[in-house]
Design a protein around this ligand. Structure first.
Ligand SMILES: NC(=O)c1ccc[n+]([C@@H]2O[C@H](COP(=O)([O-])OP(=O)(O)OC[C@H]3O[C@@H](n4cnc5c(N)ncnc54)[C@H](OP(=O)(O)O)[C@@H]3O)[C@@H](O)[C@H]2O)c1
Ligand SMILES: [Zn+2]
Ligand SMILES: [Zn+2]
Length: 335
């Protein structure tokens, strides 16, 4: 039996629950969850904000732990090996996207917390490919947030070929944003942090931002017109999009990974003149996740975490809801 924390209705309190996962599929592994981060997507899913949650619902898609069992076809992972699991837990392996290393774009993927039980649990399962080994130099207690928050911001930096000579911005300094600042600083970029919280400005500089700007201060944005090559938005709220697009240099890109529910109105002319782009992407694939982990080990990048025992998951969720997380909450399995 697997022990987990489950909500029985949208926004419901998480309570203890046990389920029988059945036999392990030949291509799956079972992970002993040691830690699991809380992503804002867990909160949105708990509340069924995206109309895709099924109840009973077990959140958790930033797991770090050790392999507990491997399916009969799995040869490359060993019991006891440290691994992590993020948003995706299966992909088809044979479509064009899977075959080209873009498994996160597979049309028939499975989400770790979509229609199945996630990692606010003592164990979680996935197709072996999605259990990515955690290398030496990456602390297991802080690794979980890299598997969703980390790869979500690392992926566009790699996919869109952000250059060390680029001037970049990160909007929203939360779980995703505080990792993006660290990555982009080590990538070599000139980094501007956009935050709505004055209190986070000094901390953003310590994370590696060279400048800080108030997210909602249009006068400050106006000073940045035509200055940035790449702008990564991790906030999940409507912003003055035109003002942000205006901060881009020709060929600049506004890449939105925050799940903003409202449409983003963009005039063609604001893009056309400077050949600018607005884009988005989901998490990232297992190969790039492994490369990101190596990058973290090499540059001593780690999430700044607040640890709660998993038994205090409701308190942890309330802390997140209040916007008090600095900068990622991680649950420690105490089942
Ligand atoms: N694309 C993907 O694959 C993917 C993967 C993971 C998560 N997500 C989504 O990414 C978003 C961020 O997730 P997260 O876990 O990093 O959340 P988070 O830790 O709560 O950070 C979000 C940040 O957005 C900013 N923000 C929030 N409310 C704001 C407001 N009213 N005005 C201006 N800024 C505001 C805040 O930054 P400041 O305090 O600095 O202003 C906040 O720290 C969520 O929507 C999540 O669902 C997407
Ligand atoms: Zn997530
Ligand atoms: Zn596929």
């Amino acid at each position: 039996m697997i022990k987990a924390y489950v909500a029985r209705e949208p926004g419901g309190k998480l309570e203890r629950f046990e389920f029988d996962p059945g036999p392990l599929a030949p291509d799956q592994v079972e992970i002993d969850v040691a830690y699991c981060g809380i992503c804002l997507s867990d909160y949105s899913m708990l509340h069924n904000h995206w109309q895709m949650t099924s109840y009973p619902f077990v959140p958790g898609h930033e797991a770090a732990g050790r392999i507990a069992a491997v399916g009969s076809h799995v040869k490359h992972l060993k019991v006891g090996q440290p691994v992590g699991l993020g948003w995706f837990s299966r992909s088809c392996t044979i479509c064009s996207q899977c075959l080209s290393g873009n498994q996160h774009l597979c049309g028939s993927h499975e989400g770790t917390i979509v229609g199945r039980y996630g990692a606010f649990a003592n164990k979680v399962r996935c197709q072996a490919m999605w259990a990515v080994p955690i290398p030496e130099g990456v602390d297991l207690a802080k690794a979980g947030p890299l598997f969703c928050g980390g790869i979500t911001v690392f992926n566009p930096i790699a996919q869109f070929d952000v250059k060390p000579t680029d001037r970049v911005g990160v909007i929203g300094i939360g779980g995703l944003g505080h990792l993006a600042i660290q990555f982009l600083n080590k990538w070599g970029c000139d980094v501007t942090a956009f935050t709505s919280s004055k209190a986070k400005m000094d901390e953003a500089r310590r994370m590696g931002a060279h400048k800080t700007v108030d997210t909602r201060d249009d006068a400050e944005l106006a000073k940045l017109v035509g200055s940035l090559d790449f702008l990564l938005c991790t906030a999940n709220v409507p912003l003055n999009w035109d003002a942000y697009i205006a901060t881009l240099r020709p060929k600049g890109r506004l890449h939105v990974v925050g799940a903003v529910p409202e449409p983003i109105p963009v005039s063609v002319f604001s893009l056309l003149v400077g050949q600018k782009s607005v884009s988005s992407s989901p998490v990232g694939g297992p190969d790039l996740t492994a490369k990101m982990l190596e990058f973290c080990a090499r540059h001593k990048i780690a999430p700044i975490v607040e640890e709660f025992p998993m038994s205090k998951v409701n308190e942890a969720m309330a802390h997140l809801e209040a916007g008090k997380a600095r900068y990622r909450i991680v649950l420690k399995n105490d089942f």
